[in-house]
Design a protein around this ligand. Structure first.
Ligand SMILES: *[C@@H]1O[C@H](CO)[C@@H](O)[C@H](O)[C@H]1NC(C)=O
Ligand SMILES: *[C@@H]1O[C@H](CO)[C@@H](O)[C@H](O)[C@H]1NC(C)=O
Ligand SMILES: *[C@@H]1O[C@H](CO)[C@@H](O)[C@H](O)[C@H]1NC(C)=O
Length: 159
């Protein structure tokens, strides 16, 4: 009787342990970022990794529907993918969009987005600040001139 109860407990422990192990199972594919923002002209990279034994990852331009070209593993190219890392050098607007990371067996895939943005122009903000300062200068001189004439007017009757 005691032995069977011990056996049930042991079975329960084994089942609980295997369930925990399954919960902690890694994702087949992981991306360093789903959306990567890059400034025009800068270099950007997105890393895709697989936890699956014996598989590598392949990067494509676009998504599953657009079935874009495989990104070559040639470091001399502006856009290349080496060892799961997609890299774009001197990013232009043309690189804005979706990229597909797929396991080499084609069973798993994830979409990464690259958003290319331009530096905001500070010209308008700069003009507003210059305008405010010019206004303050005018007010300052206006006050100085007013005070000067006020003083002169006060002195006149004494003469
Ligand atoms: C591919 O096209 C289908 C049908 O138009 C659409 O439902 C799906 O969301 C598209 N997939 C992607 C990744 O855009
Ligand atoms: C890599 O790209 C450069 C530039 O387009 C090209 O000249 C070279 O032949 C390519 N190398 C390979 C191994 O494809
Ligand atoms: C590819 O990545 C793996 C794991 O990060 C690393 O061990 C290996 O050296 C890398 N290979 C190259 C050619 O960079």
């Amino acid at each position: 009787m005691a032995a069977s109860r011990y056996f049930l407990l042991l079975l329960f422990v084994i089942l609980a342990t295997s369930a925990t192990a399954q919960d902690e199972e890694e994702e087949p594919l992981t991306l360093s970022a789903l959306i990567t923002a890059v400034q025009l002209g800068e270099t950007t990279e997105v890393t895709c990794e697989t936890s699956l034994e014996g598989l590598s990852v392949i990067w494509y331009v676009g998504n599953t529907n657009t079935s874009g070209n495989r990104i070559p593993a040639n470091e001399s190219l502006q856009m290349h993918a080496i060892n799961g890392t997609l890299m774009i050098v001197s990013t232009t607007k043309n690189f804005h969009g979706q990229y597909l990371c797929q396991t080499s067996d084609g069973a798993h895939e994830l979409i990464a987005e690259i958003h290319v943005y331009e530096m905001p122009t500070y010209f308008t903000e700069g003009m507003i600040i210059v305008g405010i300062n010019a206004g303050l200068v005018v007010i300052f001189f206006g006050c100085a001139v007013y005070t000067f004439f006020q003083k002169r007017r006060k002195k006149k009757p004494e003469v």
